[in-house]
Write a protein that binds this ligand. Structure first.
Ligand code: ADP
Length: 168
């Protein structure tokens, strides 16, 4: 059984085996968590992402998928980049959001990671309502078979922390 813990803070400070990045499909950086990870992790992460674009993801990493790179200067060992869905009122994209958590855990297993830190994927620029994003995150991590021992959700503000606490 995976242990789920919650903290309020900045995910770039987490000394986990792997930290998950809420990337966009270009893998070339963006705002929010993505910008913070590249800023603090340094150019090695971007160089690894550019290599992945060239070797495997010429059209970008599809939504719901995940891929690992070095963590550069971050205190973590690996960054797992996953592309969350943009929130839609018309279409239920919950399965894609769940897929981000599942695929990230699958990649973490491949890496042999025992501790993994996640942000609240899609709940920033991509507009997913925090309560629903928290519910999907907790439910998916709870029901996905994995060798990861601890999943730590690193929530940026008190409202996000409260939403995850309720979901848990
Ligand atoms: P997305 O495009 O998937 O919505 P964002 O990075 O815009 O990704 O936001 C995802 C969540 O991460 C939001 O809840 C945002 O407040 C939060 N966030 C932003 N910066 C950080 C950070 N440094 N550490 C942890 N969470 C962060």
């Amino acid at each position: 059984m995976v242990r789920i813990t919650l903290v309020q803070g900045d995910i770039t400070a987490e000394a986990a085996d792997a930290v998950v990045n809420a990337a966009n499909s270009s893998l070339l950086g963006g705002g929010g968590v993505d910008g913070a990870i590249h800023r603090r992790g340094g150019p090695e992460i971007l160089a690894a992402c550019e290599d992945l674009r060239r070797s495997h993801y010429g059209k970008g990493l599809p939504t719901g998928r995940a891929v690992a790179t070095t963590a550069g200067r971050l205190p973590a060992d690996h960054v797992i980049h996953t592309v969350g869905p943009v929130w839609s009122r018309q279409e239920d994209r919950s399965e894609l959001l769940a897929s981000c958590y599942r695929e990230s855990l699958r990649v973490a297993d491949e890496l042999g990671a025992r501790t993994v830190a996640f942000p609240a994927i899609s709940t920033g620029v991509y507009g997913w309502p925090m309560d629903d994003g928290a519910r999907i995150a907790i439910e998916t991590v709870r029901t996905t078979p994995t060798r990861v021992k601890e999943v730590r959700f690193v929530l940026f503000d008190a409202a996000a922390y409260a939403a995850f606490e309720t979901a848990l």
